[in-house]
Write a protein that binds this ligand. Structure first.
Ligand SMILES: [Zn+2]
Ligand SMILES: [Zn+2]
Length: 281
């Protein structure tokens, strides 16, 4: 059977709708379910939560709210089109809707997906910073926003969006995972993707229940400082793959351990610099 015949009537194939299309829909719905409430919080900027704002300057709401929504729509249309094009290949993978594996296999597979995706994402993300052409033409779009809120999480070039989505599928394709496990993984991945941009470090944020994930501060520092903190979930990669930890992030963690809020940490961070400026005068 030639490749083109795979496309004939692909839209009549229930597996096409269950695998790439439902996965895309679940992925986007999860992102929005996390991003929208936090964007409303950032929009209202309640006084009670200001002490938890990671960066004390205002969110870039007016400038980037509508463009973020626009990018989400366009990026998903492009990704859907790419999934249609890739369908003959996707159909050949071992991803299936047969028998569900037992619970501990599901857990092991999810751990494998997190580890693999994070490693691949770290490499891709770091390369996008080191390769000047990629940085200027692709990744700089995502870095236009320095103080992000939830909805800004998927404000990126469609090439970066599609590559990130491709990396997410590598683990499930290698293992030939059950489609429900793929959906669980995609939900986990999008929670992290949206949460990393919410702009607040709040102790009662439910994502802190996720093991090893350090919360939104890690990626927030990447936007604020631009260089370093390249991973998604697991900051250990910055420690062991080239010392790409952002020093200010490490001192933030220390401040947090000492019970300080983000506002107090930033004030402490700025205070020595101000003092230095004054003595230099
Ligand atoms: Zn970056
Ligand atoms: Zn980001």
């Amino acid at each position: 059977m030639d490749v083109f015949s795979y496309w004939q009537g692909f839209y009549n194939d229930p597996w096409f709708w269950q695998f790439p299309m439902a996965t895309l829909a679940i992925s986007t719905a999860t992102f929005l379910a996390v991003a929208i409430p936090w964007t409303i919080v950032a929009w209202r900027d309640p006084v009670s939560l200001r002490k938890y704002k990671i960066q004390q300057k205002p969110f870039e709401m007016k400038q980037f709210l509508l463009p973020s929504i626009g990018r989400i729509i366009i990026n998903n249309i492009i990704l859907a089109a790419l999934l249609v094009l890739a369908w003959p290949l996707l159909k050949l993978t071992g991803v299936h809707n047969g028998e569900m594996p037992v619970w501990y296999i599901i857990i092991a597979q999810l751990i494998f997906f997190v580890l693999l995706d994070d490693f691949l994402y770290y490499c891709m993300h770091r390369y996008m910073h080191e390769n000047k052409w990629l940085l200027r033409n692709i990744h700089s779009v995502h870095h236009r926003i320095r103080n992000t809120c939830g909805i800004n999480g998927n404000y990126m070039h469609w090439v970066e969006y599609s590559l990130t989505a491709t990396l997410t599928l590598v683990g499930p394709i290698i293992l030939g995972a059950h489609i429900y496990v793929v959906w669980m993984w995609v939900i986990l991945r999008q929670i992290e993707g949206a949460d990393g941009h919410i702009g607040y470090d709040i102790p009662w944020n439910p994502v802190h229940l996720l093991p090893v994930y350090e919360g939104p501060v890690y990626h927030d520092f990447h936007h604020a400082k631009f260089k370093g903190n390249y991973a998604g979930f697991l900051p250990y990669l910055d420690k062991y793959l080239g010392k790409t930890y952002i020093p200010a992030y490490l001192s933030y963690l220390k401040g947090k351990q000492n019970g300080l809020t983000p506002v107090e940490i930033e004030q402490n961070e700025l205070a020595p610099k101000k003092r230095k400026k004054q003595t230099n005068r």
